[in-house]
Design a protein around this ligand. Structure first.
Ligand SMILES: Cc1cc2nc3c(=O)[nH]c(=O)nc-3n(C[C@H](O)[C@H](O)[C@H](O)COP(=O)(O)O)c2cc1C
Ligand code: SF4
Length: 1497
């Protein structure tokens, strides 16, 4: 009698270069000797040769030495390898071999050999004499082929066939069989016959392909995705194709065959050689049968015998010989189509999942519509039980009866059920069946797996019934409880190790050398699961033999159960994902301890949305990965069983916290197999539940830490990976971006700093328990955000891992978990929290049961002590900062340093307070010493311009990116130079944020129109573009430009092209360049006007940027300049101007352009005959300022002289160049020409200009302005042409109910032969209408109500900027509100009889001054929603700045303030006295003489 193992070993000997035998290592003897070992040693001693005429190598490996680790290297050499696993070691090595098997089976993808066959003998259950295949089944997704044999002859045949399959298909094979003795005679196959079967040419080819590919062999092999159960033919085909490819690599003769063809071929060849026939799936019985038993294993023989005895033709049998790769097609092809019932019988102990593996495969196969078109049969699932001699036939017929009955039961046992104790005897590891049986249904399969993988080492801290815990009675399930228990457990073992150390070190204790060595070795390897056990066993053995006398050693002996490194687990549910902090998940992740957590998510895919409408459930995996040093795996037992095993092993091995997220969809106990499989498949296939493993250890070894085991992943995970990749890539390609390194430092210093930073960081974190620094900000306009981001940079430079985000972007429930928290918050409204910090404040101010006792915190507030000037409003100063600081203290937080306050009123604004506060923070965090680190220099706008390659940046790339409606932030600064502002609809901000959407990004496009003159076809084009790409309205701006709002990124190019097509452009409409040149458009003084218009066009052209980027990006679609042709900016250079530059030209007596409000103003001077002589030149005007920042102020230009017409362009150029060279490039708030001049003086400026001109300017000529308004209605010019100036409220061309302005103008444009002139006050002149056309135009004006000029003088002289909802800087409404306010004021105006009186009234949404408010007689400048500063006393014709009269007024206060002044004006004004002059005379405000005095009240 020969054992099957010996039979297989003989074939292995004949067909291999190298044979490994894995022997069981038991505590008693170092290695037992199996029958295979003995047989092979015998063959060797006889110098028997293999089929290659050589003596193969034999190596005996121990089951505890990680035996598979050697295989990989041997295979890469091209060796043909066999591994023999006797039944007693199989139990110990199979599951642990999974990672290695994966690696090997993936070799084919890397052109490394994998001609290996593993012959495994499996223990038989004494009670039914059938092998237990439970362990083998766990290898089903390793990529190995699984081939079964039973009994002497079959085992010999399959052993040989297995070697042929491995060689020819390139798929490694596991050949398994029951460990038994053959009863019948086995026909041997000699080497000569084997050589006919395994041909020399095949072997040669295999070896050559390996050796050739060895030259470009990759250094490391990664695991590929697991083969789940294919869901469709398509997938199966892909799998087949993969097989085919690899086969090709191994054997060129089989180019066109896939794995199954090759294997069928091998079976066929084998039949020809031996006359013994085998098949992939072997069918017995009647082809018309209605029931079929499908089975895999030695039990098939019993069934076959029983079947042969009956005459029942209704039942057939299918025996699976080749179990993997799995093919639905090959299975279903052999099953009669008449089948209605299927019984799957397996030789497994169903200890892990509810359904056994083969059953799941069969159920899934019948779902495959490509191969099974009829109704799915009823499928039952069973195991072999105890089969007593004589009862077999009865049992089988019972099974058949059940199958044929009307209501067959879903699961069954063939024979008598094995009792639990029988299972235990049979399988020593299943020692905890009780607790598994009694555990909640969801935990069961995973608990079983844990038990299976870790056996006696498993320690579950918080399961309801803990088998190996002292707290058996205590039912606790929270992770905190488990965490505490595990910590205690770790401590206990640490103390035990201390005890051992003492014994080893104490020379006075007399111990044997062998014990000393064993104890020392244990100390070295106590955290290694295998070696700790090995040396623990050695120690136990020694001490058992010679019992200790010394008390310490006695103690060690008593505590011997602590030798083996335990596998410590906490089990939890997805309910924890709703509160990562409260549930204790965070504690485990942040502990840094070697603790494993298994979290089971049972949310069925199909109910996921209904179950979590608010999406509060967190992704624990992402949370852990973001956190840092934690192992994370996401697994699903019904998708890839092997991946679960793999993950459990890795998690346990990882030295630190590990989280395994396990999916097990669960509706109810009644869930069918199909439901669970489908739910799992859906979840995995859609990426809802991706299978992946994240192993930080790999990263430390320079390998990719992320392994995706399924096809798709969800967006959040993708984002995380993108970010990680991006960071790694960035640092790899641009080392200067590495947070710890800066360009300017030498490498040695870099290294030093790195270690300094590291140790400081470690210190900061206090070992492993401390988390990183979290910086949260609340900011409306960017100051607080800027401070927060600077802190983050500085922290990073100090080696501190800092995150930074808006308060409301942080998951609020987790806030108390943060150990080091910095809050930076500005003040909005009246002491209110800024927009992005409100939810945060609401949460911490209203909840009383949250505790910050774990947190250290620091707060920096930004505010303005004068924003709300009344004494009683002092409480608003920096209120949010103060509130936060106090609240965190109240909630138990530990204040790191006292509250810091930044005040806009300080010398350097909020910077003053910040500079004092910041160093204290670093001190408190213990990283102040690293203050010497050179931080990356702050990127200025000039750097940005310089690096932009003449305004290109990455705009073109950004336009291609369809994933966002926005452009990169840096590019948004550049697009301004192209006339494009990125904005977002602020009306939608809150709602979109609530929905988790990005802002409603859109663009404002400004079209340059020098002097405001455009043609009817251009008007029509603008009208069309506004409809097609914009928000359907056109805005005529205060600087005579068109603006189109609401253009989406994808429409930008078309918009710009459309604009250019009608011969207008947007270049330099914004940005740090000369902007649109303004000019009086009133053509009634037309002779001078024509010349001035001409001049306006010329100077505009002269000062235009020369970059070709504009054409390239928007118009040509290709790089005109390329790298070869360099752009050149003769006037601007590559950094352009420090700030925007504005020019206006006025023609007295009308100052509609507000000539003094611009950087450069020209006042046309004509002689008595109306001939243009030249211009008075004014410099240094500008409106913008910041509320309460006295260093910023509006200014009026001052005259520096007179120049002739032909000198005027030169003068303009030189004025701009002086500003280019002397303007402040470090502070944008101080960069306009007005500050350049005020910082020196006007004489210096004039001289600087004159020296560049090479001539002196004449003294200014006399001129007289009378107003700064438009002249409405019909006027007749000197050339007998008519002009009609119409009133367009705030320049908004839009159709409103009853006011079809836009349509009307479109209709007019269709017939109008003259021009469209945009006025500086946002109105419109239809210019140059011939006498004969006037009537027609007039008719249209009437028809569309465009001729209505019957407004009050106040309304006709009103002007507002755009502000909300599109302007990002707006603090209050303007365009949408001024008309309403004017209506309310008109009541007073009417009452006082001031209807016809022109009073300039202007409003802006912020102090930037786009509607030139500071020269208006009445002005409102937005401070907060609904709140305005009121300014009075501007000059009627733009000659004087106004003055702040009252701060922060709401509408009722505005009306209350203005009413009495207006009525006094009506009564008490002098003859012809303007309102602006009157308020000064009456002492309401002082006159502002110079910009610098603007803030002096
Ligand atoms: C609309 C508005 C309202 C403000 N209200 C206050 C206030 O009530 N109290 C205060 O101290 N500062 C107030 N400030 C000043 C800001 O808090 C301060 O300028 C801060 O630097 C702005 O930071 P941010 O750019 O991050 O929004 C206000 C500022 C604005 C624009
Ligand atoms: S004044 Fe301010 S709010 Fe108004 S458009 Fe200009 S920047 Fe925007």
């Amino acid at each position: 009698m020969t054992s099957s193992l010996v039979t297989a070993s003989k074939i292995a000997y004949s067909t291999s270069d190298l044979i490994y035998v894995i022997e069981l290592n038991s505590p008693k003897s170092s290695c037992s000797k199996s029958s295979s070992n003995l047989e092979l040693t015998k063959l060797l001693s006889q110098s028997k040769k293999n089929i290659f005429n050589e003596i193969p190598e034999l190596e005996i490996l121990s089951s505890i030495s990680d035996p598979f680790s050697k295989l990989h290297i041997q295979l890469s050499k091209g060796s043909l390898v066999s591994v023999i696993i006797p039944s007693n070691s199989a139990k110990h090595v199979l599951i642990n071999s999974i990672p290695h098997l994966h690696k090997i089976s993936n070799n084919k993808n890397n052109n490394i050999g994998n001609a290996v066959v593993i012959h495994v003998a499996l223990d038989k259950n004494e009670l039914n004499q059938l092998g237990d295949y439970t362990d083998i089944m766990t290898l089903r997704q390793t990529g190995f082929a699984l081939l079964h044999s039973h009994g002497g002859q079959e085992t010999l045949d399959m052993a040989l066939i297995a070697h042929s399959i491995a060689l020819k298909t390139g798929i490694p094979v596991i050949h398994f069989f029951d460990d038994d003795e053959s009863k019948g005679k086995v026909k041997n196959i000699g080497n000569d016959d084997i050589k006919k079967f395994i041909k020399e040419s095949d072997v040669k080819q295999y070896r050559n392909s390996i050796l050739a590919s060895n030259e470009n062999k990759p250094t490391e092999v990664y695991f590929r995705s697991y083969n789940g159960i294919p869901s469709s033919d398509e997938e199966q085909q892909t799998a087949d194709e993969e097989t085919k490819d690899s086969t090709t690599a191994a054997n060129n003769n089989n180019n066109n065959n896939n794995f199954f063809d090759i294997t069928e071929n091998i079976f066929e060849n084998f039949k020809q050689l031996t006359n013994r026939s085998y098949k992939i799936n072997e069918f017995f019985g009647d082809r018309k049968s209605e029931s079929i038993i499908i089975t895999l294993g030695s039990g098939a023989k019993i069934l076959q015998n029983a079947l042969e005895k009956t005459e029942n033709t209704k039942i057939s049998l299918l025996k699976i010989r080749l179990y993997r790769p799995w093919s639905d097609q090959h299975l279903l092809n052999v099953i009669p189509k008449s089948v209605k019932n299927v019984a799957v019988i397996e030789q497994v102990i169903p200890r892990t999942t509810k359904w056994s593996p083969l059953y799941l495969d069969v159920v899934s196969a019948f779902q495959n519509r490509n191969y099974w078109s009829g109704q799915s049969p009823f499928i039952t699932c069973g195991q072999f039980g105890v089969l007593e001699e004589g009862s077999i036939d009865a049992e089988v017929s019972h099974l058949f009866e059940n199958l044929n009955s009307d209501d067959p039961s879903l699961s069954f046992i063939l024979g008598k059920e094995l009792t639990k104790s029988q299972m235990k005897t049979n399988n020593g590891d299943v020692n905890d069946h009780d607790y598994i049986e009694n555990s909640p249904v969801l935990e069961k399969p995973y608990l079983k797996m844990l038990n299976e993988v870790f056996g006696e080492r498993l320690y579950i801290a918080n399961s309801a019934l803990k088998p190996n815990s002292e707290h058996f009675e205590v039912v606790k399930s929270t992770p905190e409880f488990g965490f505490g228990v595990l910590l205690a457990k770790l401590r206990e073992r640490d103390q035990f190790a201390d005890l051992v150390t003492r014994v080893v070190k104490d020379t006075s204790i007399n111990i044997s050398e062998s014990l000393h060595t064993a104890l020392s070795q244990w100390l070295l390897h106590k955290d290694d699961s295998i070696l700790s056990k090995k040396f623990g066993n050695q120690i136990t053995e020694i001490l058992t033999k010679s019992p200790p006398t010394h008390s310490l050693i006695k103690e060690i002996f008593q505590l011997k159960n602590l030798f083996v490194k335990p596998s410590q687990w906490i089990i939890g549910s997805d309910a924890w994902a709703y509160d990562i902090g409260g549930s204790g998940v965070h504690h485990v992740i942040s502990s840094g301890k070697d603790i494993n957590m298994l979290i089971i998510d049972s949310q069925p895919y199909t109910t996921r949305i209904a179950a979590d409408p608010e999406k509060r459930k967190k992704d624990i995996g992402l949370y852990a990965m973001n956190y840092g040093d934690a192992y994370v795996a996401s697994v699903a037992i019904y998708s890839s069983y092997t991946q679960v095993l793999h993950s459990l092993l890795e998690a346990e091995k990882f030295k630190g916290p590990s989280i395994v997220l396990a999916y097990l969809p669960y509706h109810s106990e009644e869930d069918t197999t199909i439901t669970v499989l489908k739910e799992t498949k859906l979840a995995v296939d859609t990426g809802y539940w991706p299978l992946y493993r994240w192993n930080p250890q790999l990263e430390k070894e320079g390998l990719e830490p992320f392994l995706l085991d399924s096809e798709r992943i969800k967006q959040e995970l993708q984002n995380f990976l993108d970010r990680e990749n991006h960071l790694t890539q960035l640092v790899r390609t641009r080392p200067e971006y590495s947070p710890l390194l800066t360009n300017s430092l030498e490498s040695e210093i870099k290294i030093k700093q790195k270690s300094l930073a590291k140790s400081a960081y470690d210190k900061l974190l206090g070992g492993l328990t401390g988390p990183p620094l979290l910086i949260l900000f609340g900011s409306d306009n960017g100051n607080a955000e800027g401070v927060a981001r600077r802190l983050q940079k500085s922290a990073t430079a100090r080696g501190v891992n800092a995150r930074c985000m808006a308060m409301d972007d942080f998951p609020i429930e987790d806030i108390t978990l943060e150990k080091n928290l910095v809050l930076v918050c500005c003040t909005a409204g009246q002491g209110e929290f800024p927009q992005n910090a409100r939810e945060f404040w609401k949460h911490i101010s209203t909840n009383t049961d949250i505790s910050f006792s774990e947190s250290r915190y620091a707060v920096f507030g930004l505010g303005d002590s004068h924003y709300w000037p009344r004494a009683e409003d002092a409480i608003y100063y920096n209120k949010p900062g103060k509130d936060l600081d106090a609240r965190l203290e109240l909630l138990g937080g530990q204040r790191l340093i006292p509250l810091g306050l930044g005040d806009d009123q300080d010398a350097d604004g909020y910077e003053t307070g910040f500079h004092a506060w910041e160093p204290e923070l670093w001190k408190a965090l213990g990283v102040e010493l690293l203050g010497t680190i050179v931080e990356e220099p702050k990127k200025t706008d000039d750097n940005m311009k310089e690096e932009s390659n003449y305004l290109r940046g990455t705009i073109a790339e950004g336009l291609e990116d369809t994933s966002t409606g926005a452009l990169a932030e840096r590019d948004t600064k550049l697009t301004k130079f192209h006339g494009i502002y990125q904005q977002d609809d602020r009306d939608l901000r809150d709602e979109r944020k609530a929905q988790g959407l990005e802002k409603a990004f859109q663009f404002m496009v400004r079209v340059r129109v020098p002097g405001g003159v455009s043609k009817p076809d251009q008007w029509l084009a603008m009208d069309e573009i506004a409809d097609k790409y914009g928000n359907g309205s056109l805005k005529l701006t205060t600087r005579q430009a068109y603006q189109i709002h609401g253009v989406l990124k994808r429409n930008l190019k078309s918009t710009i092209r459309g604009i250019n097509k009608c011969l207008l452009d947007t270049l330099a409409a914004c940005g740090d360049v000369n902007r649109n040149v303004m000019c009086n458009p009133n053509p009634f003084i037309s002779e001078v006007h024509a010349e001035v218009q001409d001049f306006a066009r010329k100077i505009s052209a002269h000062l235009s940027p020369r970059t070709t980027a504009y054409h390239e990006i928007w118009l040509e679609d290709k790089m005109i300049s390329g790298q070869a042709v360099q752009d050149f900016e003769p006037l601007y250079g590559h950094t352009y101007l420090p700030r925007k530059f504005k020019i206006a030209i006025a023609i007295p007596p009308n100052n509609d352009v507000d000539v003094f409000a611009h950087d450069l103003g020209y006042i046309a001077i004509s002689d008595k005959n109306g001939k243009l002589l030249g211009f008075n030149v004014s410099v240094g005007g500008g409106m913008g300022m910041t509320h309460n920042n006295k260093k910023t102020y509006p200014n009026l230009g001052q005259l520096i002289g007179f120049c002739k017409l032909d000198q005027a362009i030169d003068v303009g150029e030189k004025v701009m160049l002086v500003q280019r060279d002397f303007g402040d490039r470090s502070n944008r708030k101080h960069a306009r020409l007005k500050y350049t001049i005020d910082d020196r003086d006007l004489d210096w400026f004039r001289e600087e200009v004159e020296s560049r001109l090479g001539f002196k300017l004449d003294s200014p000529k006399e001129y007289k302005f009378e107003n700064n308004a438009d002249r409405y209605g019909w006027t007749k010019g000197v050339d007998d042409k008519w002009h009609f100036c119409m009133y367009i409220e705030n320049g908004r061309v839009i159709d409103l109910p009853g006011e079809p302005i836009k349509t009307g103008l479109k209709e007019i444009a269709k017939v109008h032969k003259g021009d469209f002139r945009l006025t500086p006050n946002q109105h419109l002149i239809l210019g140059n209408i011939a006498e004969q056309d006037k009537a027609q135009i007039n008719e249209l004006l009437k028809k569309y109500k465009l001729d209505n000029l019957k407004f009050t003088g106040l309304r006709l002289n009103s002007m507002s900027c755009v502000a909300l909802p599109t302007c990002g800087l707006a603090m209050a409404e303007s365009e949408r509100y001024l008309p309403t306010l004017v209506s309310k004021l008109e009541v007073v105006i009417e009452e006082c009889g001031l209807r016809e009186d022109a009073i300039t009234i202007r409003m802006t949404g912020c102090p930037n001054g786009c509607a030139r408010p500071y020269v208006a007689e009445i002005a409102f400048v937005g401070k907060a929603i609904g709140t305005y500063n009121l300014y009075l006393g501007g000059g009627f014709y733009g000659q004087r700045l106004n003055k702040l009269y009252k701060e922060s007024l709401k509408e009722d206060e505005i009306l209350k303030e203005l009413k009495p002044i207006l009525s006094r004006y009506a009564k008490e004004r002098n003859e012809g006295e303007r309102f602006g002059d009157f308020v000064i005379r009456m002492g309401y405000v002082k006159a502002t003489k110079y910009g610098k005095d603007f803030h002096e009240l």
